[in-house]
Design a protein around this ligand. Structure first.
Ligand SMILES: C[S@@+](CC[C@H](N)C(=O)[O-])C[C@H]1O[C@@H](n2cnc3c(N)ncnc32)[C@H](O)[C@@H]1O
Length: 434
């Protein structure tokens, strides 16, 4: 692989590329690097490569001409890559794709970045190494070089040492251990010590799945999973923080059409669908809250039919989902049910289609509320409180410890059915996709 680096600071690369495996691979002719400095291609007498931005503002912008001519001086460039925060993320998949090339040209920005017209003049692919701003593209280029160079034949001691690594199969790597066997009372897992390779492989696969589920569940949807993997994930999921989540479907007190607090009727559809949603995401219970006796009887009849009666016989999947449902007279009673089930009083998480306003009538913005709620769910049972009709009445909302932001997409219209809102909320908290 030939790397051509377009940079104002070639010296930046001195030590990293002359160290360890890269240096050896360079000597062995597996990789090589040359540098082109845009400063050598300036047409002005002070070798200026940057100028102030049109429209004003801080900093300087890299001029098109020196970079364009620097790139054009490279006889065989291969794909042109600009390192920029506005690029597609550097992933293992991208590294694998680029590693197939014979030449790569990496263009490093500095200051406020490139004049946009560079992209009009050259077929450049933009790559970013993360959602943080670096001072220049050199460190980003190094990351891309290392990720692609180590995939070249002969670069690593054993080529297969890359096969199991995090991201290679869209799974994070299993935990690794080395000597000593016991460090400060912490033992290396027994499964790794008995020399039984099929047991070791099974342990590693399970731990890779567990690591991914815990730290990067979004990767799982892209991973190639066997039936056995899915069984393992299902088991792990039951022990994951989803089990801390409970849902309350509240029919009283809710806002009615006249904007007054009152009771709504239970509906077959919501009970079925929210049970199915709850079961899909592995949550622990659905509390159906209504104080009205004949409504409770209706619900009980429905639950009996589907969990014990003929419905259960013809549709065991539905029985499984509806067996999550419990009746509660009010929110307090729903909390008691949860406490009975898991031994701890739940934290109440309110939901509303309307944004909370501050004293001046501006929408209150909560920082990363879904991430905060996720953190809470790791240690505590949570009861996510959903309102039927026109939403939870103020007294129900004020009984909640936290409030989730409304589900919406940019505009104002967000009249979602309660079961859709429930699915979206659970997916944001627990979903295994981006
Ligand atoms: C200070 S940054 C310019 C940031 C730019 N004004 C912006 O807000 O997007 C200077 C140069 O560092 C490089 N750089 C900074 N952060 C990067 C990242 N996350 N990934 C890739 N390159 C980055 C780019 O080459 C960029 O042109």
């Amino acid at each position: 692989m030939h790397y051509h680096i377009v940079t104002l600071f070639p010296e930046w690369f001195d030590s990293p590329l002359k160290t360890a495996l890269f240096a050896k691979a360079n000597q062995a002719g597996i990789v090589n690097v040359d540098f082109v400095n845009p400063r050598d291609y300036t047409l002005n007498k002070h070798n200026k490569v940057d100028d102030s931005p049109y429209g004003g503002g801080p900093g300087m912008v890299l001029m098109v001409q020196p970079i364009l001519d620097a790139v054009k001086s490279i006889a065989k460039t291969g794909p042109l890559i600009a390192l920029t925060p506005a690029g597609e993320p550097l992933t293992q998949k991208l590294a694998e794709e680029l590693a197939e090339e014979e030449h790569l040209t990496l263009i490093c920005g500095r200051y406020e970045g490139f004049d946009e017209r560079l992209y009009d003049l050259l077929p450049i692919r933009r790559v970013s190494v993360g959602e943080a701003i670096l001072n220049g593209g050199e460190v980003a280029a190094l990351a891309l070089i290392e990720a692609t160079a180590r995939l070249q034949d002969g670069y690593m001691g054993k080529n297969e040492s890359g096969d199991d690594e995090s991201y290679t199969q869209n799974l994070l790597e299993y935990p690794q251990y080395t000597r000593p066997e016991n460090f400060m009372g912490l033992e290396v897992p027994k499964e790794l010590q008995n020399g039984n390779h099929s047991e070791i492989n099974a342990w590693r696969r399970k731990e890779a799945l567990a690591m991914t589920l815990k730290h990067r569940p979004d990767l799982l949807s892209k991973a190639r999973l066997s039936e056995k993997d899915r069984e393992i994930l299902n088991e792990l999921r039951q022990n994951s923080f989803a089990r801390n989540i409970h849902i309350a479907l509240v029919h009283h007190p809710v806002l009615l059409k006249n904007n007054k607090a009152g009771s709504s009727s239970v509906t077959n559809l919501d009970i079925h669908d929210i049970s199915r949603i709850a079961c899909t995401y592995g949550v622990s219970s659905l509390q159906i809250v209504t104080p009205i006796e004949d409504q409770k009887m209706l619900v009980q009849e429905l639950l009996d039919h589907w969990t014990k009666g003929d419905g259960a016989k013809t549709n065991p999947d539905r029985a499984k989902a509806l067996s999550l449902a419990r009746l509660a007279d009010n929110l307090e009673n729903a909390c008691e049910n949860v406490q009975k089930q898991c031994g701890k009083k739940p934290i109440l998480i309110g939901t509303s289609a309307k944004a909370e306003k501050d004293k001046r009538g501006r929408e209150k913005r909560l920082a990363e509320p879904f991430a905060d709620i996720k953190r809470l769910a790791k240690e505590n049972p949570l009861l996510i409180v959903l309102g039927t009709s026109h939403g939870l009445a103020p007294e129900a909302l004020s009984a909640c410890d936290f409030l989730l932001p409304p589900i919406r997409y940019m505009g104002h219209y967000n009249h979602l059915p309660v079961r859709s809102a429930c699915a979206i909320i659970l997916d944001r908290l627990l979903g295994d996709v981006d």
